[in-house]
Design a binder for this molecule. Structure first.
Ligand code: F6P
Length: 383
């Protein structure tokens, strides 16, 4: 029992709380890439667990490292989460090289060798008498969570990704902030594109889904948007840029999602490694710019927005969604609804099995209303 959390409660309410909500000890874990709004989830989970349920809360630093390395499991109090709501990133730190089932360690020869440290997670949960885990992550982290659930751990999930690519939830926190950042960048790129009469190719994140490119492209007034769900033909893009030039607009802004492919072509990766066999997409913006520069007279330049899209203070929407998710996750623990992930459905918080959440990606439907609206205002998708 954590005396710090109990000390300022009147005795009668303490007894009431003990009767209604048996004392629990939970751990908050976040994994994978960081995402604006993560701190809102952490804060809400900690506050709800302490204020509503009088539980004790721990936090695992750098994804699952709290279970694997010494000194990385930290007590979470109201003080720990004070003032973090407007902060980007995560106060727990994170890594996407922290899968306990395939944990990369450098050996004496400097080679990376994968270890299965999943047993350490199981042991530490028992050793610390942790009743449940609130696991915040994208599909990679939630898949790891699912493996631990199958081994008997009590886990509830919170979806996290700027990509908005989890089918089981209408949206994820972090997306709105990324959208704001990219839209502002497109506003800025427009003025220099116009001054220099250039084609500016802006590469954005999103993995296999085109949501960031699509929504920022519309909001930022892009002329061309290329998304993974619609393979492009470079000649169509050239046609659009040329039509603009002939109409007295000798500049264009082309938004390229990192996962795009030309018709019949393949995706471009910047990195593939032993700890991440799926690799990291990146670099297609330069490829598109190169394809264009050999076909048009206007100069082209490439900008990769990269991790800028994951930074910054979360928008009000992401703080709000993160807070609602954090509260709901702890409520799921209280209700014993393990193996489930909080989700947004028609603006209401609900929950779905974690296994279902990781099974399918939310991709842009090429006949989506948003695509139709974009086409109506003259945006070219390269098809
Ligand atoms: O999933 C979030 C995301 O930002 C993707 O959009 C991007 O492809 C990837 O993570 C980048 O990962 P990393 O931070 O490992 O480079």
């Amino acid at each position: 029992m954590n005396l710090v959390h109990w000390s300022n409660q009147p005795i009668h309410s303490t007894i009431l709380c003990m009767q209604v909500h048996p004392q629990k000890r939970i751990v908050v874990v976040n994994g994978g890439g960081d995402c604006p709004g993560l701190n809102a989830v952490i804060r809400a989970s900690v506050k709800t667990a302490i204020l509503r349920y009088r539980w004790e809360v721990w936090g695992s630093e750098d994804s699952f490292d709290g279970f694997i390395k010494p000194g990385k499991m930290i007590p979470m109090t109201l003080d720990t989460v004070r003032g973090i709501l407007p902060k980007g990133g995560t106060i727990l730190g994170t890594t996407n090289r922290g899968n306990p089932f395939r944990y990369p360690v450098k050996n004496e020869q400097g080679e990376v060798v994968l270890h299965d440290f999943s047993g350490r997670v199981m042991d530490k949960m028992k050793e610390m008498n942790l009743d449940a885990m609130v696991l915040i992550g994208g599909d990679g982290t939630l898949t790891i969570g699912q493996r631990f659930i199958e081994r008997g751990l009590s886990i509830v999930g919170v979806p996290k990704t700027i990509d908005k690519d989890l089918l089981a939830t209408e949206t994820t926190f972090g997306f709105d902030t990324a959208l704001r950042t990219v839209t502002e960048a497109l506003d800025m790129i427009h003025t220099t594109a116009e001054s220099h009469e250039r084609v500016m190719v802006v590469e954005v994140m999103g993995r296999n889904s085109g949501w960031i490119a699509l929504e920022s492209g519309i909001a930022g007034g892009a002329d061309v948007i290329l998304i993974p769900e619609i393979p492009f033909q470079i000649e169509k893009v050239v046609e659009k840029i040329e039509a603009r030039r002939l109409a007295g607009r000798p500049f264009s802004v082309v938004v390229v999602s990192e996962g795009v492919t030309p018709e019949g072509g393949s995706q471009v990766y910047r990195e593939k490694g032993i700890a991440d066999p799926f690799g990291k997409l990146g670099g297609v913006g330069a490829v598109v710019a190169e394809m264009l520069s050999s076909r048009i007279e206007l100069e082209t330049r490439t900008l990769v927005l990269g991790h800028l899209q994951r930074g910054g203070s979360p928008t009000a929407f992401d703080r709000l969604l993160g807070t609602r998710f954090g509260v709901a996750a702890v409520d799921l623990v209280a209700a014993g609804q393990f193996g489930r992930m909080v989700a947004l459905d028609d603006q209401r918080i609900t929950s779905v099995p974690i296994s279902a959440a990781t099974a399918r990606q939310r991709l842009v439907d090429p006949s989506d209303q948003m695509i139709q609206a974009a086409r109506a205002v003259g945006i070219c998708f390269g098809d």
